[in-house]
Write a protein that binds this ligand. Structure first.
Ligand code: ATP
Length: 463
């Protein structure tokens, strides 16, 4: 089997739509810019990513617990965290064609200069000095860079006034910080321990794009790991390794990952050290996940703003301190995108004039939307009824697909394309010997297995 061409965004996007992973949202109304819906396979893949993450970072750890906090929190949370007013991007408008751009992206894409951390005035000056042209109409006629708040505002109740204004959360982290005391009081956890949360976050991104890489609505999987400040370096290194372990588990290749140490002047205001885990996407090397040492910035600010005492007393040493925090954060959709990009392969199979290209998603088994496809060789009634028996036998243990249309060869190709690790074929011999053919996605090897021992056979394959 020879590997052929490289994966592109077009190939992934087309496969995702055709096979039911990701559709453009509200498509019958002409779509809705940069908004995506997850189809029957997309929801399985997404759930499997979240399940695997939870298993790695919560279930398998004695020092972690979970949480599911509200999306619309008390607006005071966002004032204390610095998001109201502070969580913004620099924007410029082209006065000629009226299109709007993120100023930092504009500079970076044209000159390669990274302007993170620079003031609005400085960015405007760079745009002028370098005579950066509008990517759309090529004119050089910009407004000054100005700040654009990224939080979605909404109103609670019937009156739209400043008192009733609230926000859709732009990160899940703050829901964890405001529950720190509750979790400490209601569990027997002591520092160091962490809280994990998976949930939706919303950002009014100015220039979303690159498929599901940057959207306005997305899911995050976040950990806030509470520590004694003296342990921050050790803990930071530990969580970096854990993130790398998770990257392996979802099938990412070492050579596609780049650890980007963010220099002090470019870090978020709350961070004393940040490493972006970047991925070599077809459109460039960009952030996949982040790891930050958030110090005690958030808990201290919430303590001040709420008046609640958040001081932790070490039960052994009696030392009193506000816990510091290491934050590993992961975007679900970006994880989904890199899992698809990493799994996609086109292989040349056959020989002589019978060479064909098979597309196969070599997803780790835990992530595969369907674990097993059950395929009666033809629409013969006896085969169908036997195939349904096999479906019933396996359905409680595995997410199974059932397909009786088209030739068996075409059905195998279809299952390869959606990453199903095993196909179970019921043929006319099955009616005589009560055995089925199990085909392996990656090797395409086939085994004949008695239905009586099928569960055990598959159990070994999936363990
Ligand atoms: P970027 O620099 O790409 O805007 P960020 O540094 O603002 O990302 P964080 O605030 O660290 O991102 O968010 C944590 C994670 O959430 C990111 O590592 C990424 O996986 C995901 N994420 C952030 N913004 C988006 C978005 N607009 N669409 C999809 N995923 C996102």
């Amino acid at each position: 089997m020879e590997k052929t061409e490289k994966v592109t965004m077009e190939k992934i996007q087309s496969l995702a739509k055709q096979r039911g992973f990701i559709y453009p949202s509200s498509e019958i109304y002409g779509g809705f810019a940069n908004t995506w819906d997850f189809g029957p396979l997309g929801i399985e893949l997404k759930n499997n990513i979240k399940k695997l993450w939870w298993q790695h970072f919560v279930q398998e750890r004695m020092d972690m617990v979970g949480l599911d906090s509200a999306i619309i929190l008390n607006p005071k949370v966002w004032e204390a965290s610095g998001h109201v007013g502070g969580f913004a991007d620099a924007l410029v408008d082209c006065l000629n064609c009226k299109l709007r751009f993120r100023a930092d992206h504009l500079v970076e894409d044209t000159t390669g200069e990274d302007v993170e951390g620079k003031s609005l005035e400085e960015i405007s000056r760079i745009i002028q000095k370098d005579k950066i042209a509008c990517p759309n109409c090529k004119s050089i006629n910009w407004t000054d860079a100005r700040s654009f708040g990224l939080m979605f505002k909404t109103y609670i109740g019937v009156v739209e006034d400043t008192k009733s204004a609230a926000y859709l959360r732009p990160e899940t982290a703050q829901g964890i910080f405001v529950n720190f005391k509750n979790v400490l009081a209601s569990t027997r956890k002591r520092i160091p321990f962490g809280i994990g949360q998976i949930g939706k976050a919303f950002r009014n991104e100015v220039t979303p794009g690159n498929f599901v890489f940057r959207t306005r609505e997305f899911e995050q999987m976040e950990i806030e790991y509470f520590i004694n400040p003296k342990d921050w370096e050790k803990s930071f290194e530990f969580w970096l390794k854990e993130m790398q372990r998770f990257a392996k588990a979802i099938g990412l290749k070492d050579e596609d990952i780049y650890l980007h140490e963010i220099p002090a002047e470019k870090r978020a205001h709350y961070s004393k050290r940040t490493i972006d885990v970047e991925f070599k996407y077809p459109f460039g090397t960009k952030e996949l996940w982040g790891l930050a040492y958030r110090t005690d910035y958030d808990l201290s600010h919430h303590e001040k703003a709420s008046g609640e005492d958040i001081v932790y007393v070490d039960p052994v040493t009696n030392q009193k301190f506000i816990p510091h925090v290491i934050e590993p954060t992961f975007g679900v959709e970006r994880t989904m995108l890199v899992a698809l990009l990493s799994a996609y392969e086109e292989e040349e199979i056959g020989s002589g004039d019978k060479i064909e290209i098979r597309t196969v998603l070599k997803l780790p088994k835990e992530l595969a939307p369907y674990k097993i496809a059950i395929l009666p060789l033809s629409k013969n009634e006896d085969l169908i009824s036997k195939a349904k028996e096999v479906f019933d036998l396996l359905k409680t243990s595995y997410m199974c697909d059932y397909d009786e249309t088209q030739s068996i060869g075409k059905r195998y190709r279809r299952q390869d394309e959606i990453g199903t690790p095993y196909c179970v074929t019921i043929d006319f011999n099955t009616l005589k010997d009560n055995a089925v053919t199990v085909r392996d996605r990656d090797t395409m090897k086939q085994d004949r297995v008695g239905i009586g021992s099928l569960k055990e056979y598959l159990g070994e394959k999936f363990c």
